[in-house]
Design a protein around this ligand. Structure first.
Ligand SMILES: [Ca+2]
Ligand SMILES: [Ca+2]
Length: 135
């Protein structure tokens, strides 16, 4: 027991010296440790709201990285019923550079909105949104 404690003390001292000598590497491994303990980083990319003007209950939409500036889809939800938010959305907002497109039926069918970043009133799609895309 006493020997083990002594060895652990030496190992700790060695680690402290190593990180002091290599601050850049120590910072890098600290960042890796952070990301592995918290899982994949999640960015809020949009929020769908039950109420008009971004009111009432809302459904946050998370993405690994948010959106970029090209037209490819970063994220999509084929059926909002799986998130408990079917036929509820009345307003919506994109974040993290994301635009939003909403659809009446599952799998991006039926009435569809134009791409938008913010819509305080979804009009004919209000309370009918069942699938969504984010780009
Ligand atoms: Ca609603
Ligand atoms: Ca619907």
């Amino acid at each position: 027991m006493r020997i083990r404690t002594a060895l652990a003390g030496i190992a700790l001292a060695g680690a402290a010296v190593l990180s002091a000598a290599l601050p850049a590497q120590a910072t890098g491994s600290a960042a890796e440790g952070h990301s592995s303990t918290t899982g994949t980083a999640q960015v809020l990319s949009a929020r769908l709201y039950d109420g008009l003007n971004y009111g009432g209950a809302s459904l946050p939409v998370y993405d690994d990285t948010g959106c970029d500036t090209d037209v490819s889809l970063e994220h999509s939800i084929p059926n909002l019923a799986t998130s408990g938010f079917d036929n509820l959305t009345s307003s919506a907002r994109g974040y993290a550079n994301c635009d939003v497109k909403l659809f009446e039926h599952i799998n991006y069918q039926g009435i569809q909105s134009a791409w938008f970043t913010e819509s305080p009133d979804l009009g004919v799609l209000s309370n009918k949104v069942t699938s969504a895309q984010f780009s």
